[in-house]
Design a protein around this ligand. Structure first.
Ligand SMILES: [Zn+2]
Length: 654
């Protein structure tokens, strides 16, 4: 591992001790093998003048909820050092009291909550303290004789602290172990199964000590007998999900898995399939079922990933249900009777031979879990080369998973939106109603794939539709909502002078393409979450107009298609509903010129023409999209086969 310290860069942060602290914190944060997604913490001890001009000794400590990679000066909380030291001298302290007293000792009550390790930072008698969960150090300690190996790596130059619960218990442990000790004999502290501390009087030295110690650990790992896959000869990397004749099967399996997990989460999840070489190789390890389920790389990962993944080995639905049962059993074993059990869904899955899958209520959450899995898989494989992967006891993981101070981090997650985690496909998405649907569905938390001729997708080509559906499932793990919107409005033509080409084209795009998309999507929708098809038909269905035969007939056929689909798909739980918008004027077709002509034709002003309905209101693309969003959501959960007008009220329709 290389030091990222750069004199020129550092100069920009040299105003005061805190800005330098920001600089080296970010250096730690830049390397995901040191800290990830809010892990680790750093501090600096210094003097500041308070509001009354009195000099105060304070510890600037990383605030909870900040990430080292992007931290700013305001991400640190200034806490009076003597209060922290007095707390360290107390034998027992509840978490609630610790948090309250730390907040009471803050110079600025609006600063973020100090990190749970603030007291430990205060005990260490150096200006700068750096704490990471370095992969290399933790991996070595996550082996049967980890402590012995750490001694081989660092000799007597580090204090080795056995695993205890982070927070006050850990601070108290280090306090007791270091009473009267000569700190100069240590380069750092190794917390078994947890991480590494280094310290110094300058920011540079503390950071570079950190890098030095981690480099030593990495070198040690590299010198070990490499772990090799026992069945290396037979190992293959079947990229089952892409470019394979069985792709559809594999994607259906992925949809089923997502559906089973979503049901336990009580809400749709995104399922990120990882089928890179490393993930597939990992999933192919012969003892994968026991290996993957021993525990997390560091205890704080447990709040993201739970203690173990689900390993698919029999049948997806029963495997996921067994997982849920086992998780409930784990909760019941350790709860004090007061705690509230989290949902029973796994956060990731191992699909032997095919890869691993990360789940999240949002793409961001799934991505965080995916990153953690990457580091965990590498650590497991490395530890197997050092006598075996051996992590904390289940009870220790439970204590961190249900620790109020860790759970508090998760409550900062934004509240789920109406269509959170849903996966949607919208055709004709580049303009008008389609574009508005993409925007509104996304704003409600759905992940939306838009399909348009402008982006090279032709809905009249089955191959294009298949590719779009499959890549949507591949990207997000399933499919829940189809907004079947693509359409054209052929030029006005009487039946007697109907151009056969225009007639055919209207039927192809306005009708047949919708049936083809439906056919391809139904197998995936069958494994969707409250799956639904919303067809954008037209006011012309209940109230046709002369000259629009090619359009009206196709849209009437489309409506009939939707009605039959509602009958056929109800048993699979798929709802099919139709929307009949009247003219929506905020689209490219309705230029000022066209509007003027049409208005004149009826002897109306443009404004009168636009609002020529019972409510005298104008219908916009956004109005239609809002209706589509509502129809995709719980308000319409029990409606299928319905035709909903959105036309401001029309005498011929009513
Ligand atoms: Zn830590």
């Amino acid at each position: 591992m290389k030091s990222l310290w750069n004199d020129r860069e550092a100069k920009k942060f040299a105003q005061d001790p805190l800005t330098l602290r920001v600089y080296t914190s970010r250096l730690l944060g830049r390397d995901a093998s040191l800290v990830m997604h809010g892990g680790g913490n750093t501090s600096v001890k210094t003097q500041v003048r308070d509001f009354f001009g009195v000099e105060q000794q304070v510890l600037y400590i990383k605030g909870s909820g900040w990430d080292l990679a992007t931290i700013k000066p305001e991400g640190f909380a200034a806490v009076k050092t003597d209060t922290l030291l007095r707390m360290a001298a107390i034998k027992e302290l509840t978490d609630a009291d610790m948090v309250r007293q730390q907040r009471a000792a803050m110079l600025d009550p609006n600063a973020p909550n100090p990190s749970v390790e603030a007291i430990l930072h205060a005990i260490i008698p150096y200006a700068y303290v750096d704490h990471s969960h370095a992969d290399a150090v933790v991996t070595i300690t996550n082996t049967p004789d980890g402590k012995k190996r750490i001694k081989e790596v660092f000799g007597d130059r580090v204090l080795i602290v056995p695993y205890v619960m982070p927070g006050f218990i850990l601070a108290r442990k280090v306090y007791e172990m270091t009473l009267g000790v000569d700190w100069a004999k240590y380069d750092g502290i190794v917390l078994l199964n947890h991480g590494l501390f280094t310290f110094a009087d300058t920011a540079k030295e503390s950071y570079e000590n950190h890098i030095k110690l981690v480099t030593k650990a990495e070198q040690y790992i590299n010198e070990q007998k490499k772990f090799s896959f026992p069945n290396k000869k037979n190992m293959s990397f079947p990229n089952v999900f892409i470019g394979n004749p069985n792709t559809s099967n594999a994607l259906l399996t992925l949809s089923r898995l997502r559906q089973a997990v979503s049901r336990l989460q009580v809400g749709a999840v995104v399922a990120l399939l990882k089928d890179d070489k490393r993930s597939i190789a990992f999933s192919q390890l012969p003892n994968i079922k026991t290996l993957a389920t021993r525990g997390t790389l560091t205890p704080d990962h447990v709040i993201r990933t739970k203690p173990k993944p689900v390993v698919i080995h029999k049948n997806i639905e029963s495997d996921v249900n067994e997982y849920a049962k086992a998780y409930k059993g784990y909760f019941d074993r350790y709860t004090d009777g007061e705690l509230k059990c989290l949902d029973l869904a796994p956060r990731w899955a191992v699909y032997p031979g095919k890869g691993v899958i990360a789940f999240g209520r949002s793409l961001g959450e799934a991505q965080i879990i995916s990153d953690i899995i990457d580091h965990t898989m590498q650590a497991i494989v490395r530890a197997e080369g050092m006598g075996g992967w051996k992590v904390l006891r289940e009870k220790d993981l439970f204590d961190v998973e249900y620790w109020e101070l860790e759970q508090a981090k998760l409550t900062k997650n934004p509240k789920p939106l109406g269509l959170q985690g849903k996966i949607a496909l919208v055709t004709g998405s580049a303009s008008g109603i389609g574009k508005a649907c993409v925007e509104r569905l996304s704003a409600q938390g759905a992940y939306v794939v838009g399909l348009d001729i402008k982006d090279g997708y032709d809905v009249t080509k089955e191959a294009d539709l298949k590719k779009a559906v499959e890549s949507t499932v591949r990207r997000f793990g399933g499919l829940d909502i189809i907004v079947s919107n693509a359409g054209i409005f052929p030029p006005s033509m009487g039946l007697g002078s109907m151009d056969p080409g225009a007639w055919e084209k209207s039927l192809q795009i306005n009708l047949t393409s919708h049936q083809r998309l439906m056919k391809i999507a139904i197998p995936y929708l069958s494994h969707g979450i409250d799956p639904t098809i919303i067809i954008i038909a037209s006011k012309n269905v209940p109230a046709p107009g002369p000259g629009a035969g090619a359009y009206s007939v196709a849209k009437a056929g489309l409506t009939q298609l939707g009605r039959v689909a509602a009958l056929e798909l109800g048993a699979k739980g798929i709802r099919v509903n139709m929307v009949h918008p009247n003219q929506v004027f905020d689209t490219a077709i309705w230029t000022k010129d066209v509007l003027e002509k049409r208005a004149r034709h009826y002897g109306l002003t443009i404004e009168q023409y636009k609002t020529n309905n019972i409510l005298h209101t104008q219908i916009t693309s956004k109005d239609v999209a809002d209706l589509v969003c509502a129809m995709a959501g719980p308000a319409f959960a029990k409606t299928t086969g319905a035709q909903i007008p959105i036309d401001g009220g029309n005498e011929r329709v009513i």
